[in-house]
Design a protein. Sequence first.
Length: 825
Amino acid sequence: MLPLYICSAIFTLLYFAHVQQPTAAQITAPWEVNALRAIRGSLSDPNGFLNNWNRGDPCVANWTRVICYNVTAKDDGYFHVQELQLLRLGLSGTLAPELGQLSRMKIMDFMWNKITGSIPKEVGNITSLELLLVNGNQLSGSLPDEIGLLPNLNRIQIDQNNISGPIPKSFANLNKTKHFHMNNNSLSGQIPPELSRLPSLVHMLLDNNNLSGYLPPELAQLPKLLIIQLDNNNFSGSSIPPSYGNITTLLKLSLRNCSLEGPAPDVSGIPQLGYLDVSWNQLTGPIPSGQLASNITTIDFSHNRLNGSIPASFSGLPNLQRLSLDNNNLDGSVPSDVWQNIDFSGNRTLILDFHNNGLTNLSNPLTPPANVTILLSGNPVCQSQNQLNIAQYCQSTPEVTAEGGSIDNSTLCAPCATDFPLESVLKAPNPCSCGVPLYVDYRLKSPGFWDFVPYEAQFQEYLSSGLFLNSYQLEVTTFMWEEGPRLKMTLKLFPNNTILFNSREVERLRYMFTGWLIADSDIFGPYELINFNPGWYENVLSRGTKKSLSTGAIVGIVIAAFAAAAVLSSLITLIILRRRSRQFSKKRTAKRIPMKIDGVKDFTFEELSNCTNDFSESALIGQGGYGKVYRGVLADGKVAAIKRAQEGSLQGSKEFFTEIELLSRLHHRNLVSLLGYCDEEDEQMLVYEYMPNGTLRDHLSAKARESPSFPMRLRIALGSSRGILYLHTEADPPIFHRDIKASNILLDSKFVAKVADFGLSRQQPSERRGAQHQPSLRKMNCLFVWSLHMYIYGCWCMDVCSMCRLCFFRNCALLLLVEIFVRNL
Ligand SMILES: *[C@@H]1O[C@H](CO)[C@@H](O)[C@H](O)[C@H]1NC(C)=O
Ligand SMILES: *[C@@H]1O[C@H](CO)[C@@H](O)[C@H](O)[C@H]1NC(C)=O
Ligand SMILES: *[C@@H]1O[C@H](CO)[C@@H](O)[C@H](O)[C@H]1NC(C)=O
Ligand SMILES: *[C@@H]1O[C@H](CO)[C@@H](O)[C@H](O)[C@H]1NC(C)=O
Ligand SMILES: *[C@@H]1O[C@H](CO)[C@@H](O)[C@H](O)[C@H]1NC(C)=O
Ligand SMILES: *[C@@H]1O[C@H](CO)[C@@H](O)[C@H](O)[C@H]1NC(C)=O
Ligand SMILES: *[C@@H]1O[C@H](CO)[C@@H](O)[C@H](O)[C@H]1NC(C)=O
Ligand SMILES: *[C@@H]1O[C@H](CO)[C@@H](O)[C@H](O)[C@H]1NC(C)=O
Ligand SMILES: *[C@@H]1O[C@H](CO)[C@@H](O)[C@H](O)[C@H]1NC(C)=O
Ligand SMILES: *[C@@H]1O[C@H](CO)[C@@H](O)[C@H](O)[C@H]1NC(C)=O
Ligand SMILES: *[C@@H]1O[C@H](CO)[C@@H](O)[C@H](O)[C@H]1NC(C)=O
Ligand SMILES: *[C@@H]1O[C@H](CO)[C@@H](O)[C@H](O)[C@H]1NC(C)=O
């Protein structure tokens, strides 16, 4: 027994020397750790999402939603926080001033919580900050001038809070900022004319505030401006600067309910204008008669004091969806050919809202296509009952609103699984195939159209290609219009031709949304991420970033490995010497074949067939001499790997149950565990837990996109050897794997190594082992494990030094020889 103790002691020693020491050497910058503690301290976290924010080191122990740079900084040797991703965690409390200490942070995301207090001025110290995302909270106070000093800021997203005070003039220095999303706050005062210096600004969303003063004509100098959205502010009595008609880049001008006076703007010189809304003001005079851009979808002059007649220039606009001129003082005749250039295929509609004006006559009889709605009530022309057909356009008019909708799921697919998480991929090329989706709540903040239906296919194309997905992988499950108007959608993302996304793909998709990496579209405008719900994949996202070890740590490991080798060789001598002088005897009772085994479920053939889609090709994940392996989702939602034996490969039911009995006894973190089996209809199947990260071979092979980092390999090596150690020393009777190779080491979602395939095809029935062999076997096990460990360490070290990817398991034959040698001693 003594050698065993020595073995495990040295093992433990080595473990700490190799795994703990490097992590102790590499830590997060202490001031950032303190800052994170302070940030956590001033937040209240009723759901306990941040409970691990007091355990260990933030970047090493992967604090929830803290993303660090993957290597230590060259200048100070510490890890640094790169992102705080605290989207929708139900947090309340305030933002700690210590945020300013995270000076290398790029993304600060506190969206959709219940945080109160103000934005601390120290945010101005985060010089790397690119995305400032605090929208959807209850922040108040004013905007700190210091934010204007952030040289890398790309996006200020503070909308839907109660932030008051003026927009600081210092914001005019933000020459990398593209997005001002500050709508739905209590901002007041004048829009600083200095903002016209912003060279990169594309979206200026300041709607639903208390801004006052005048509209600065200078904003026309903004060279990249696409959207001006200032609805629901109070520019009491000032007029729309004529210079706005010169912003040639503009796609959308929305000035609804801003208490504006003076003439309606002439925007006929804006070549790509798609959306014009100046409704609910006190504009006077005639509607400018210049021809608007052919891109225009929405024209809203309603609720003003405009007079004169309806210009002929509204006719022939091919993309028009809505022309609202209602509640003005317009006179003259009703235009009869606005729709002349519109192609009404593809569910296009057109609303012409002229009600409550002074229109007196029809120039021509109204004969619009079925898809055109004309509203004329409240005009004198409705009194001329002799006009043909006029009555149908003169009925009192309810508010006309654009429709929401949901995907047509009427082509009934049989449910994929009776319960979560599998769902039908309705648009898949192979209809009714199944996958486990990701869910995204998404909102267009400032769309360039009034009716989404004709743009649905284009949207599908835009977003799926922006995410680098096939179009069918994106499902717009529902869409609905909200005040603004904003278009809220629920989306599902499905994996490509498989049931599950791999963890890397889930990470990538999340990052596309949370990092605002999806290119903006002219017609769809900016988006809001309301929620990214990984659903079934939740655990996949909890990992932090991978890190590399420093040279010092590697040198330490190499030295330790050599030292261990020296200890080992003396150990070998000791064991061999002692072996000759000792005898053990211990009786082992042969186990009966049990018919019910605790913790291992007896599945029916039908259950397993259902959860693998009739053992379809799409569920196939592997194949070998014993048969095929399928991926299936069990009734309880667990994903499983189902090994279906080829006919005749498991001779006789006795041996099959011996396997199950054996595997059901083995429980170790580094062994794949058995969930159940099926023995029915001449079918013999074993159901294992599913390992989302595949085999180690996949990751080491030359085809792998990135090989695992050194610490990860080390963990994998340690993990696999611990699994093997368990088989040799703890299992009763001991089990020899005899087939250790990279393809038999599986990796779970957290890259924990698990040894697989230790029974099915190669297990030696325990009866064959003579009882008198056991003691020496135990000693030799230890020896063998040590040879194995040293071999693995040696290879790992060589691997790192030589950068040879396949080194680790290159010499499996050697291992086998060692084992055969040991077993025949
Ligand atoms: C941190 O994440 C890495 C990989 O992403 C993982 O291997 C490691 O176990 C995690 N650390 C902790 C303490 O969970
Ligand atoms: C670390 O991150 C950078 C980009 O931030 C990336 O280019 C690099 O590949 C990453 N390295 C590792 C080991 O993941
Ligand atoms: C951080 O911000 C405070 C207040 O704005 C300022 O006094 C201090 O100098 C800043 N620190 C650094 C390192 O920039
Ligand atoms: C927003 O802040 C203002 C004061 O700045 C206050 O009068 C108002 O009640 C607040 N609104 C909400 C909804 O909290
Ligand atoms: C942005 O501003 C800084 C200083 O305010 C200046 O040095 C830099 O040249 C500016 N960049 C651009 C593109 O205008
Ligand atoms: C913004 O404020 C307006 C007016 O209070 C409100 O109608 C609208 O729903 C708000 N929008 C959002 C997205 O909160
Ligand atoms: C618009 O631009 C033209 C030339 O580009 C200039 O002549 C005109 O004065 C500008 N109008 C306004 C109102 O700035
Ligand atoms: C029009 O809408 C109907 C259902 O609303 C849909 O079935 C049809 O495919 C749509 N047509 C086009 C061309 O998009
Ligand atoms: C639009 O018109 C086409 C034919 O003109 C018709 O088939 C279609 O149902 C109409 N759609 C709507 C929404 O009125
Ligand atoms: C179809 O969609 C509706 C609304 O989204 C949903 O309630 C219903 O369960 C869906 N039906 C199927 C068969 O998926
Ligand atoms: C989807 O999978 C097919 C093969 O199954 C591949 O050809 C295609 O490139 C994949 N598409 C994307 C967007 O990954
Ligand atoms: C505007 O029209 C041009 C062609 O005239 C087209 O290329 C562009 O995509 C359109 N833009 C939008 C936002 O519809």
